[in-house]
Design a protein around this ligand. Structure first.
Ligand SMILES: Cc1cc2nc3c(=O)[nH]c(=O)nc-3n(C[C@H](O)[C@H](O)[C@H](O)COP(=O)(O)O)c2cc1C
Length: 475
């Protein structure tokens, strides 16, 4: 019997012969939706009616000095710090803040600090603060444009302040239909990679949990469980995260009106739990050579998804090894690496961490171009990293976690690439081609292209002062 997430995965799989924006012919998939309809462009973030109490977050952010690679590797020597409002402000800006904008004829596009498949940014962040921490107590929604906390509920019970990340399936489904379920978890992993790195770089405790009582957390942040549901919780301190509501939260609106995807709702509900699970293991430090380098905040703001990579220039094997070993710290999700142009390695498909001989030797640029829906980045990169899993072995909660783990790896690879002078972009793919590409009967979760940049992205701005950019078109 197929699980709900296996059904979702199958019905949202891309294959040759059907355009990516066409729905699969199945009654469980919404058929009458015109995707990418600019007349129905979803809101970029939630809205709340009336005047709720607001706390402006400090715009002058504390800085750090540890090199980003050492922070990500877990080897940085950082003194522990207490969470205060400036530190919270820094965490929110470097993960979910608006750092760039671009003016389009129909809207001003808001780009967040962390990437998002298709630039859809389908996540919201809430901060839950119990009484007595020195931070403003209450359940707050993070307003990304105004860089402020909006109090939507009374102080929750619990020991440590926490961030709750939710997903809005319609915001990404507007473009990707039900496949947006995967994207919510990819994007959450990508964003959390930056949040955890920002916390580590400042000496703050941050513990990620993906098992929690879904119904209680949904109610805590005023989500409805259909158009918005919780994805992850990060405790910002030791002790039990403050997740027990002491009153009713204001719900707010996600759009008017959002479109519901019943397949997505079913996939999400099937993984619901009613108790709190353990935090994710951060993994042992990874022993990699680090010779100085920019701190996390510089790398996060320098990061952008590279739109054009130079196909005539490769990267050194040391960069591939550092990136992979650090990106996978504490995670046991299998990955393969498709090498196009890495000095010291023959082109081909490798099963990480074995770089002694490719599983499938040979030049794969054309194959990757085709498998990635004719997107030039997968062809022009120096190497392409692919998270893969045996989905038949995963239950509905593990499926969510595998997609999120794949996003964490993508986010870390991104930061590592920019810290090491390379560039990166997340990448989608034709699911049907995976067994032949990977050389084994596995499903791909997410691709990351790493390569030599053809241009430098304009650095992202500080809170309240995003950089206005012009978009570069991919080949
Ligand atoms: C999970 C994920 C998947 C992505 N997939 C693609 C892709 O298939 N093709 C592409 O050109 N860009 C892809 N991107 C890059 C996004 O388009 C980019 O993150 C978004 O437009 C925001 O821009 P920024 O990352 O420069 O801030 C992906 C990004 C993420 C996080």
């Amino acid at each position: 019997m197929e699980t709900a997430t296996q059904t979702l995965h199958r019905l949202t799989s891309y294959e040759p012969g059907r355009e990516w924006d066409e729905p699969v012919d199945d009654p469980r998939v919404v058929q009458d939706l015109e995707v990418n309809d600019l007349d129905r462009l979803p809101w970029f973030y939630k809205r709340y009616e009336g005047s709720l109490p607001r706390v402006s977050l400090p715009r002058d952010l504390p800085s750090t000095t540890a090199p980003a690679v050492a922070v990500l590797a877990g080897t940085a020597d950082v003194a522990p710090t207490d969470l205060d409002l400036p530190q919270l402000s820094r965490l929110l800006h470097l993960s979910a803040g608006v750092v760039r904008t671009t003016v389009r004829p129909y809207a001003t596009w808001l780009f967040r600090a962390a990437g998002s498949a298709g630039g859809r940014f389908p996540l919201e962040v809430y901060v839950t603060v119990p009484e007595g921490t020195g931070l403003p107590a209450g359940v707050h929604w993070y307003d990304p444009l105004d860089h402020a906390l909006v109090r939507i509920g009374p102080p929750p019970l619990g020991e440590a302040p926490a961030l709750v990340v939710t997903g809005i399936p319609w915001r990404t489904g507007w473009r990707y239909r039900e496949r947006g379920f995967r994207h919510v978890y990819w994007d959450a992993g990508t964003m959390l990679s930056q949040l955890l790195a920002a916390a580590d770089s400042a000496g703050l405790t941050a513990m990620l949990r993906t098992r929690f009582p879904d119904a209680a957390v949904t109610a805590l942040v005023g989500a409805d469980g259909v158009n918005e549901w919780p994805v992850a919780v990060v405790a910002l301190g030791d002790g039990m995260p403050a997740l027990d509501a002491s009153g009713v939260a204001t719900m707010g609106e996600v759009d008017e009106p959002p479109v519901e995807f019943p397949l997505v709702t079913a996939a999400q509900r099937a993984g619901d739990r009613d108790s709190l699970g353990p935090p994710w293991d951060r993994g042992a430090p990874v022993d990699v050579a680090v010779e100085g380098g920019d701190p996390i905040e510089t790398v996060v703001l320098a990061r952008g998804s590279q739109r054009r990579m130079d196909p005539d220039r490769g990267l050194p094997e040391s960069l591939l090894r550092t990136s992979m070993s650090v990106a996978l710290r504490g995670l046991d999700l299998p990955h393969v690496v498709v090498v196009h142009d890495v000095e010291g390695l023959a082109p081909g498909v490798y099963r990480w961490p074995d770089l002694s001989a490719p599983l499938r030797p040979g030049y794969m640029r054309d194959e990757l171009y085709r498998v990635c829906l004719d997107q030039g980045l997968a062809r022009d990169a120096a190497f392409v990293v692919i998270g893969a899993a045996d989905l038949s072995a995963l239950d509905d909660r593990q499926y969510r976690e595998a997609q999120l783990a794949a996003g964490l790896v993508e986010g870390r690879l991104h930061l590592l690439a920019y810290a090491l002078g390379a560039s990166a972009s997340g990448m989608t793919f034709l699911d049907s081609e995976m067994p032949s590409l990977l050389g084994e009967p596995k499903d791909a979760l997410l691709f990351t292209c790493v390569g030599v940049p053809e241009y430098a992205s304009a650095s992202g701005g500080s809170p309240g002062a995003p950089t206005d950019v012009h978009m570069v078109t991919p080949r």
